[in-house]
Design a protein around this ligand. Structure first.
Ligand code: PBG
Ligand code: ZN
Length: 325
């Protein structure tokens, strides 16, 4: 493969030839748009650390979801901010909770878009942890029942896919069994299988008001230096019935995405381009330090190139607009 017979620049000469030999593509088909839903009417609270992202009341959420659907985005994922929190996270599995109401309203108004619901307790617990707390510890097995209850209540409201993000062991099996028992055999599970205890979630915790009130999440979310353990987590989730698995965050974990993609060919792989990743690009753009659109697109293609089929990203609607032009 030596010069001068080989000249790789031949295939970079113009956009037509580059387009033809391009190895990875970004399509609107790959994108999931997250939304934060809050009680009330006509509410649109900006999130200071996430420019362009808002806490929306259901009446303000619906037109946004309609727009996402018109742009060709296949799915949205909903996060809820309840009006009150308690130690057992009742708002997560309340039949009339914020997510249950929002899911019904979206399925009613925009039946053509998939609704994914996040299954976790941290937005609903007064202590801000993802499970039940006893003597400062987050209990695993006792939490499973509440997660399963949450998923079933979301399925009842019309969720197409439930997405457990809590990192309790055994939650996919518990949720699958509960869904099946209630007849929701066609509700899929997208598991946050490989979720690290990351500092890149900071802005999300402002948006969802879900920061832990004591300690941190390192006793249940994964330790950032580990990748063999990621393979184990993904294998367990697939065995327990996950239809789609996820790696989260994306950018500092592109090697993990690649390893998971190469190890498991039997399920679609999603990656979560998390809040901190979004905010860093927004901030640099606001300072005029980077070319916003180009950096955004280059970032998302890197996640696809690493091996993710699906990307959850706060950029989804903006990117869909760019891809349309
Ligand atoms: C809830 C949850 C979190 C995110 C998604 N679901 C936060 C956390 O685990 O603390 C993070 C998403 C983001 O940062 O964009 N368990
Ligand atoms: Zn949580």
């Amino acid at each position: 493969m030596a010069f001068p017979v080989h000249r790789p620049r031949r295939l970079r000469k113009n956009e037509n030839i580059r387009r033809m030999v391009r190895e990875t593509r970004l399509s609107v088909d790959d994108l999931i748009q997250p939304f934060f839903v809050i009680h009330g009417k006509d509410v649109k609270n900006p999130i200071e650390s996430m420019p362009g992202v808002y806490q929306l009341s259901i009446d303000r959420l619906i037109p946004e979801v309609k727009r996402a659907c018109e742009l060709g985005i296949p799915a949205v994922i909903l996060f809820g901010i309840p009006d009150k929190k308690d130690p057992i996270g009742s708002g997560a599995y309340d039949e009339n909770g914020i997510i249950q109401q929002a899911t019904k309203a979206v399925k009613d108004a925009v039946p053509d878009i998939l609704v994914i619901t996040d299954v976790c307790l941290c937005e609903y617990t007064s202590h801000g942890h993802c499970g039940l707390v006893k003597d400062g510890d987050v209990l695993n097995d006792a939490t499973l029942e509440l997660l399963a209850k949450t998923a079933v209540s979301q399925a009842k409201a019309g969720a197409d896919i439930v997405a457990p993000s809590d990192m309790m062991d055994g939650r996919v099996a518990a949720i699958r069994a509960a869904l099946d028992e209630e007849g929701f055999v066609d509700v899929a599970i997208m598991s946050y299988s490989v979720k690290y205890a990351s500092s890149y979630y900071g802005p999300f915790r402002d948006a969802a008001d879900s920061a832990p009130k004591f300690g941190d999440r390192r006793a249940y979310q994964m330790d950032p230096p580990n990748v063999r353990e990621a393979v184990k987590e993904a294998a367990m989730d697939i065995e327990e019935g996950a239809d789609i698995i996820m790696v989260k965050p994306a950018l500092a974990y592109l090697d993990v995405i690649k390893t998971i993609r190469e190890t498991f060919s039997e399920v679609p792989l999603a990656a979560y381009n998390v809040s901190g990743e979004y905010s860093m690009i927004k901030a640099a753009a606001q300072l005029g330090w980077i070319d916003y659109e180009k950096v955004m697109l280059e970032t998302l293609i890197s996640i696809r190139r690493a091996g993710a089929d699906i990307i959850l990203t706060y950029f989804a609607m903006e990117v869909a607009e760019i891809l349309q032009r």
